[in-house]
Design a protein around this ligand. Structure first.
Ligand code: FE2
Length: 366
């Protein structure tokens, strides 16, 4: 090769080096962590995943598919959960994990180790968790179909993610369409307080029947595309009864958790003490109201517009929202809620429910 040839080679090498350096710099400087919505987007997913230090950052949220970035700290986990209608794909960009899946929270029989460059496929309806078993943060991205989290979601920590989940549930059931809610726990998760059989009948048969009835009743009426809260406040007769039972049961089922129990905290705890002297006195009064309710109905803890609390009894499908109160906690005293497990022992059933009340959800309603 002559001098000219060597010079050209050197220029080509330098140009290549410059391009390499500038491309690398570009990929580093171009990482802007945000939700790109449903816009056409091309990015270096590895660089984005490595740049994310939040527990969860939504990166792209379309109509039917969503990508989020996750960082799980050493010793942490994604959190045991189930997406009833959402398939999920995850890819690990850094770290080591144990992946568990199963048909129930207590039967996670699928166990695999996964690390950098591994993909994880989670079918809809499977309980699953991903645990960081390595010695550095686990960096991964996740694709959901359909979309799982609101557009623009950023959860800096797992605790923030759990709070947001509670708030989402709390805020959204009033505006829900007429559909059967998905339970945020397995049907046997509340045992021994409420049996799997009772949950299956109560949620799968009774609540489903109210949903089916209301769908049929509103067809062709002004209520057809109206949210549950508006229907309850403006209807009567069969439409009111079925709509009331849907909201009441949504509030009821979503206030329980297998990790429930204990006492409320913060503002709600203070308001309970102010109204009844102590949490124990409040529990006694609440149980007594439930036991004393004649026939079928609901006992409620509600707040007025100033935050003052009260216990009320409502027959049949009644809900405190018709009296301008905000419902916080409710026990269902229809026999279908307890007869399979407790027969005529309504008082025993009501007393046992405290062990599964998820106070975080109730506090969020306040
Ligand atoms: Fe019920």
């Amino acid at each position: 090769m002559n001098i000219k040839g060597k010079t050209i080679k050197l220029i080509q090498f330098c140009a290549g080096l410059l391009l390499f350096v500038s491309c690398n710099q570009a990929s580093k400087t171009e990482v802007t962590l945000k939700d790109y919505g449903s816009e056409p987007t091309v990015i270096n997913i590895d660089a984005y995943t490595m740049s994310n230090d939040n527990f969860r950052t939504a990166l792209w949220t379309g109509a039917k598919l969503q990508t989020t970035l996750m960082t799980i700290p050493v010793g942490g986990d994604v959190g045991l959960e189930k997406h009833p209608d959402t398939d999920q794909f995850l890819r690990i960009e850094e770290g080591t994990a144990q992946v568990v899946m199963g048909d129930s929270e207590t039967s996670l029989t699928f166990v695999k180790t996964a690390e950098k460059d591994f993909a994880i496929f989670v079918p809809a309806g499977k309980w699953h968790n991903i645990i960081n078993t390595g010695d550095k943060p686990l960096k991964l991205y996740s694709i959901y179909s359909p979309v799982e989290h609101p557009h623009g979601t950023v959860h800096r920590t797992q605790e923030e993610a759990e709070d947001a989940e509670h708030q989402f549930i709390t805020k959204n059931y009033y505006q829900m369409n007429i559909e059967l809610i998905q339970l945020p726990y397995a049907t046997n998760a509340l045992e021994p307080v409420i049996s799997k059989q009772t949950i299956e009948f109560h949620h799968g048969k009774h609540l489903q029947a109210y949903v089916n009835n209301l769908k049929g009743l509103v067809q062709g009426t002004n209520f057809e595309n109206t949210d549950i809260e508006t229907i309850i406040k403006t209807s009567d007769g069969a439409i009111f009864n079925n709509a009331g039972q849907i909201l009441n049961h949504n509030l009821y089922f979503l206030q329980f958790s297998p990790k429930g129990g204990g006492k409320p905290s913060g503002k709600l705890a203070q308001a309970i003490d102010a109204a009844w002297g102590s949490f124990e006195n409040f529990q006694k009064e609440f149980e007594a109201a439930g036991v004393g309710l004649f026939g079928s109905g609901w006992v409620w803890l509600s707040a007025d517009k100033d935050g003052k609390l009260s216990i009320t009894k409502e027959p049949n499908a009644g809900n405190p929202i018709t009296k301008g109160l905000k419902p916080l906690l409710t026990f269902d005293v229809w026999e279908h809620a307890y007869y399979l497990d407790y027969q005529n022992r309504r008082a025993d059933h009501l007393k046992s429910l405290w062990a599964i009340v998820d106070w975080k959800t109730v506090e969020n309603r306040y």
